[in-house]
Design a protein around this ligand. Structure first.
Ligand code: NDP
Length: 449
């Protein structure tokens, strides 16, 4: 069987068994295309149906989340946890609260997480969870009641050696605090079951910064392969949440000028660049006031706000999509290329559509998939788990150095498995093969389970 035949048959089966789950199909196809040449050459991987087992979640928990809003009305949301793969460690992955959340999105995220966690070299399996609840516009008390109800079911399925959730879209320090509090009350034990906790109750220093910083460290390593750096470059960032904020901060520290940030309503363009004072304004706006990015232009009138648009029409050297999946399409990729963009570093999960990835790779620019470049978040979560197990806390310097080393290590893995005959580094191939090898090896060793 050829690799192409394997991909075709595999995808046809997957789509038949998981109809309508388009994000999940998209994520699986990208990985299967990369690893198929290895699988068809390995009788063991074929016979033991390793890839077929990887795409079937070990367990999915779905539950009702009833809660009462401030007006006294009863509200009902859906709750999920996808426990995808525990071959190399306890399930590990964030919880997303967003109105768009469904099983397809959580399966794609849990699937990606399995390979990403493997790439970090830390002992973490893959998982992801969430709800179609949106914290936007809700009071703190409503968010607390929702988180407590969510945990009233989830607590029995997670634990420090079983499944360790963290944050994701719509789940930051506030939500993790409420969920951890309820978990602790129900279990009557203080363990490192969540990561991204507050610093006063076991959270690792640098965890909030880790995904955005890690993406920039990865970007640095990519640029270095061409003798370049962030210094003097113009950067477009999408999103204005956790990942976008710290990507912006680190890119600036590394000498770049960040000119855009966005939310789901539109983007701001500040040709002068987002400096420290402006960054503090955004941080306060999003994390304390919980406002919208358009308010930036009232504070800084030299900037412009573009309603209903994404920032990819703005000229830049480096693009960092840090908001959500499929937020950069083929047309936008062409526009970025036309404007001279030479490096795309994903902070979000699967933000670039397959046709946009193809355009970047055909143009031979630097392009890294999120499972490699945003792995700094989960890597630092892994470091938080280690600190919790040791009942110790490391310094910022120690965590940052480890994060930097892990990102450099992932980059080396991508170079090892992704370098093509002409010397072009295909980071998609490198990350998929590198992540797959360790999981497959562990699954083969553990038998058919
Ligand atoms: P946040 O909730 O902190 O921020 C998300 C940002 O993206 C917000 O600005 C939000 O705008 C915007 N956004 C969300 N949905 C959409 C949409 N459909 N269209 C346009 N913009 C949207 O989340 P994070 O920063 O934590 O996560 C961002 C991405 O990074 C996600 O893909 C996540 O999976 C990924 N990631 C996060 C990690 C982490 O450690 N937090 C680790 C690895 C990956 P609005 O306010 O309007 O909703």
């Amino acid at each position: 069987m050829t690799a192409n035949q394997y991909v075709e048959e595999f995808m046809a089966n997957l789509i038949a068994k998981n109809p309508g789950e388009k994000e999940f199909h998209q994520a699986v196809k990208e990985v299967v295309e990369s690893v198929a040449p290895y699988i068809v050459e390995s009788p063991q991987l074929m016979k033991m149906k390793v890839m077929e087992r990887i795409v079937e979640p070990e367990r999915i928990i779905m539950f009702r989340v009833p809660w009462v809003n401030d007006a006294g009305e009863v509200c009902i949301n859906k709750g999920y946890r996808v426990q995808m793969n525990s071959a190399i460690g306890p399930y590990k992955g964030g919880i997303r609260f967003h109105s768009s959340v469904n099983l397809s999105i959580l399966k794609f995220l849990a699937f990606e997480q399995t390979f990403k966690n493997s790439l970090t070299t830390l002992p973490m399996g893959g998982g992801k969870g969430g709800s179609d609840f949106s914290p936007r516009g809700k009071s703190d008390m409503e968010v607390m009641r929702f988180c407590q109800s969510f945990m009233n079911e989830l607590f029995r399925h997670i634990g420090p050696d079983t499944d360790v959730p963290a944050g994701d879209i719509g789940v930051g320090g506030r939500e993790v605090g409420f969920m951890f509090g309820q978990y602790k009350k129900l279990r009557d034990e203080f363990t490192g079951t969540f990561t991204g906790k507050g610093r006063s109750f076991g959270g690792s220093i640098m965890r909030p910064e880790a995904t955005g910083y890690g993406a920039c460290y990865f970007g640095q390593a990519m640029l270095a392969t061409r003798g370049e750096s962030y210094e003097g470059k113009t950067v477009c960032i999408s999103g204005s949440g956790n990942v976008a904020q710290y990507a912006c901060k680190k890119a600036r520290e590394l000498g770049a000028k960040v000119v855009t940030m966005s939310d789901s309503n539109g983007f701001i363009y500040d040709p002068e660049g987002i400096d420290d004072a402006k960054w503090n304004y955004i941080f306060n706006l999003k994390n304390v006031k919980r406002g919208r990015i358009k308010e930036y232009v009232s504070q800084y009138p030299n900037a412009q706000y573009f309603e209903g648009q994404r920032p990819w029409s703005i000229k830049c050297d480096i693009a960092m999509p840090c908001a959500t999946q499929n937020e950069l399409n083929g047309e936008q990729a062409k526009e970025l290329l036309k404007n001279g963009c030479t490096c795309v570093v994903e902070g979000a999960n699967m933000p670039t559509t397959p046709d946009a990835i193809a355009a970047f790779q055909a143009a031979k620019i630097l392009y890294s998939p999120g499972k490699a470049s945003n792995a700094g978040g989960v890597a630092t979560s892994g470091l938080e788990m280690t600190q919790n197990s040791m009942r110790l806390g490391w310094s910022a310097k120690e965590v940052d150095e480890r994060l930097h080393d892990i990102m450099t290590g992932i980059h080396e893995m991508c170079v090892k498995y992704g370098t093509e005959e002409d010397g072009y580094i295909n980071y998609v191939k490198g990350a998929n093969i590198g992540g797959f090898m360790k999981v497959a090896d562990a699954m083969l060793a553990q038998g058919i389970v």
